[in-house]
Ligand binder design. Structure first.
Ligand code: MF3
Ligand code: CO
Ligand code: CO
Length: 268
């Protein structure tokens, strides 16, 4: 067993990683983020989500990584593409984007055993004012959460920061899905809730790796999963947005492994 498997596990089951592990996550995260940068150029009305996924599948291989989602619990694609009122886990297919559609693309790659998991919002064609506002508030809510990450704070502090910001903008936080620990595994403890009370849940420690991936709705928070057993939608059919970063807790804050190499966040 190599060193990266020897880290301490907290009483809540959260692995504490080493500086070498940060390097592994940085490399994996940067590939996932680069793919999200690149796919931006393809997004326009008339393009199918299957075409976007085919591009992502090709780039995952060309960049020397493997897809974490192909074969995961029977999922068959290198990305989840969630359009308009789809909250998450949208399955790419023949459906073509229409002018004004908003979409989340979520990519997870594996490089040297490390998982890089990130998602962003995109718009096909001309975006409406309310879509633009939803996307901006969702992005900024993720960073409210990220800004709460430092040793000694708790996962409740992260959730509270996100919830306060989203609800303060009259939007709702999805409760049915959450962020997760990751590293040499895709989904590990803890569940990272995007709502909560300050000072509750596990205390953050240097070396913890996890995602924060808030899903924010313009309408109500409730979701349901469609008959394909993957696609989650808002029950009231309101628009939903999501951004996701993979991060590691440092001595005095955190490192974001999946920041865009090109400095983009919702590229057009
Ligand atoms: N990338 C998603 C996450 O953020 C998980 C997708 S699992 C899949 O955790 F099977 F739907 F791809
Ligand atoms: Co994730
Ligand atoms: Co993801």
């Amino acid at each position: 067993m190599d060193d990266s498997h020897r880290g301490r596990i907290t009483k809540d089951g959260i692995r504490i990683h080493s500086p070498a592990d940060f390097a592994g996550m940085r490399a994996a995260g940067q590939v996932a983020a680069q793919i999200l940068d690149e796919v931006a150029a393809l997004i326009e009305p008339g393009v199918s989500t299957g075409t976007l996924d085919a591009f992502i599948t090709r780039r995952v291989t060309e960049l020397g990584t493997t897809s974490a989602t192909i074969g995961y619990k029977g999922y068959q694609h290198a990305s989840c593409i969630s359009v308009n009122h789809v909250v998450c886990h949208g399955i790419p297919g023949d459906k073509k984007l229409k002018d004004g559609d908003i979409l989340n693309i979520d990519v997870t790659v594996i490089l040297d055993g490390w998982f890089g998991d990130t998602s962003r919002m995109y718009v096909a064609g001309k975006q409406s004012r309310k879509a633009e506002r939803l996307i901006q508030v969702t992005h900024d809510s993720l960073f409210e959460g990220i800004n709460a990450v430092k040793p000694g704070n708790t996962f409740g502090d992260i959730g509270h920061a996100i919830q306060k910001y989203a609800e303060g903008n009259r939007m709702s936080v999805v409760r049915d899905f959450c962020g997760h620990g990751l590293g040499r595994v895709f989904h590990a403890p803890p569940n990272v809730l995007h709502y909560g009370r300050p000072g509750t849940a596990s205390v953050l420690e240097e070396g913890m790796f996890f995602t924060i991936e808030p899903m924010i709705n313009l309408g109500r928070a409730e979701t349901k999963v469609l008959g394909d057993d993957w696609t989650a939608v808002t029950r009231d059919k309101s628009l939903s947005a999501q951004f996701e970063h993979s991060i590691g807790v440092t001595k005095d804050g955190c490192e974001i492994f999946t920041l865009s190499p090109a400095g983009k966040f919702h590229p057009t």
